[in-house]
Ligand binder design. Structure first.
Ligand code: ATP
Length: 466
């Protein structure tokens, strides 16, 4: 059996096509021609996404004593986004095609012709556009590079005047900063402690691209970890290690993930130190996650903006101060894309090329498929249903599959990354007394089958998905 990873050039097409065909990810509003930058998760995509977010929640929130989970509203008082600096400064550098009036990211146009834009300010980008005589993708002259705010605005209530404007949150972090005081008042946590949240965020990306990599409606898994000012370096290092643990646990190849110390000019307005964790996607080495030291920028700004005292009172030292913040921020979609790319494998089995998703069983959307060898034999179906019900009561992500012949079922389950196919045959019923009450368990990666007593199945599947 020879196994090969497909070449980067056609990798994205293969993943996008498999994701659609097998119900992982569909284009948003597809029957209306789609809506750029939006994607819908199908039945298997939801399972895979939940496995990723549940893993994060158990490692970053439930598995720790110092973390508090929250789920804040997406719509917030617009004053919060003024205080956080997003109304004034959450922008991307854009340039306009002078003929069609279409807008493009100046840095993307330059990167497409091999210019490294790291550290470039607006004036530098503008100069580089002129120096390299960059034209729009339609071949037209480009205007001046300008900043463009990426927040989606909307109106609250029945009026649509300026006073009713608010924003769809551009990051989940804001919801945690405005709830910091609530959690302190309810739980009196000792520093360091953190809030964790998983939720949607919205960014009016001018050039959404690369499938679910750059979208306008995204999901983030974020922690705001509050620390004493002199403890930030230590806690930054701790979270850096935690992020590597997650990268490993979710099944990514550590050799494809690289840390990048973000230069001063490229850091977000609130950050004093940022490390980007970049992944080798087929379209280049791009940001997967970010780890930022946000100082006490946010609590200071929200304290000033809300006029509510957000100081932390340390019972032991009797000091009052605004804690500093370490923020590990992880994108769900970017994780899912990396996980899909990592898992996609082609090999030859039984003289045929087979493509399959080699997910870690912990992440696989379906843990095992249960089938009767033949679906027109009631005695096999009855026994298989019994085994299915027994497994499903303990591990919900078990699938019933009696469609087509057994070879086709195996191929279909391989393609969606199901680690085990369990088949109930005549031996199970006692045709061969030695094998009575055993089933065949086929391994996705090797294609090998072994017999296993039904009584051992639950423990076997549970230990594989740990
Ligand atoms: P980029 O430089 O790629 O635009 P960013 O630095 O703006 O990303 P952050 O503000 O640090 O991203 O957001 C934290 C995380 O949220 C990112 O590491 C990424 O995983 C995810 N993320 C951000 N923007 C998007 C997007 N448009 N689509 C999908 N995921 C995103």
């Amino acid at each position: 059996m020879t196994e090969k990873k497909t070449q980067p050039e056609d990798m994205m097409e293969k993943i996008i096509s498999l994701a659609k065909r097998r119900g992982f990810v569909y284009q948003g509003s597809e029957i209306y021609g789609g809506l750029a930058g939006t994607w819908d998760y199908g039945p298997l995509g939801v399972k895979l996404k939940n496995n990723i977010t549940n893993l994060w929640w158990s490692m970053f929130v439930d598995g720790r004593e110092d973390m508090y989970g929250i789920d804040a509203a997406i719509l917030m008082n617009p004053e919060a986004w003024v205080s956080s600096g997003h109304v004034g400064g959450f922008s991307d550098p854009l340039v306009e095609d002078l003929k069609t009036k279409k807008r493009y990211r100046a840095d993307h146009l330059l990167e497409d012709i091999g210019v490294d834009c790291k550290g470039m300010k607006i004036a530098d980008l503008d100069a580089a556009i002129r120096e390299h005589k960059v034209k729009s993708p339609e071949g037209n002259e480009l205007g001046e590079v300008r900043q463009f705010n990426m927040m989606f605005s909307t109106h609250i209530g029945a009026t649509d005047d300026a006073a009713s404007v608010t924003y769809l949150r551009p990051e989940t972090a804001g919801g945690m900063f405005v709830n910091y005081k609530n959690v302190v008042d309810s739980f009196h946590p000792k520093l360091p402690f953190g809030l964790g949240q998983i939720g949607k965020a919205f960014r009016n990306e001018i050039a959404p691209r690369d499938f679910i990599f750059r979208v306008r409606e995204l999901e983030q898994m974020e922690v705001e970890y509050f620390v004493r000012p002199d403890d930030w370096e230590n806690q930054f290092e701790n979270w850096r290690k935690e992020m590597w643990k997650f990268i490993e646990a979710v099944g990514l190849d550590k050799n494809k993930v690289h840390e990048l110390e973000v230069a001063d000019a490229d850091r977000a307005h609130y950050s004093k130190r940022t490390i980007d964790f970049e992944y080798d996607y087929p379209f280049g080495r791009k940001e997967l996650y970010g780890l930022a030291y946000r100082t006490n920028f946010d609590l200071t700004s929200h304290q000033n903006g809300s006029k509510v005292n957000l100081e932390y009172f340390d019972e032991e030292t009797k000091e009052k101060f605004l804690p500093h913040v370490i923020e590990p921020s992880l994108g769900v979609g970017r994780t899912m894309l990396a996980v899909l790319l990592e898992a996609y494998t082609e090999d030859e089995m039984g003289g045929e090329v087979r493509s399959y998703l080699k997910f870690h069983p912990r992440i696989a959307p379906v843990k095992a498929a249960v089938s009767p060898l033949l679906k027109n034999k009631p005695e096999l179906v009855e026994k298989a249903r019994e085994v299915f019900a027994m497994l499903k009561s303990e591990v919900p992500q078990i699938m019933w599959d009696d469609n087509g012949n057994i070879g086709k079922r195996y191929r279909r389950q391989d393609e969606i990354g199901t680690p085990f196919c369990i088949v109930i045959d005549f031996d199970t019923l006692g045709e061969n007394p030695e094998h009575k009450d055993t089933v065949t368990v086929r391994d996705r990666d090797t294609g090998e089958q072994k017999r296993m007593p039904i009584s051992e199945l639950n423990a076997f599947v549970k230990s594989a998905i740990k």
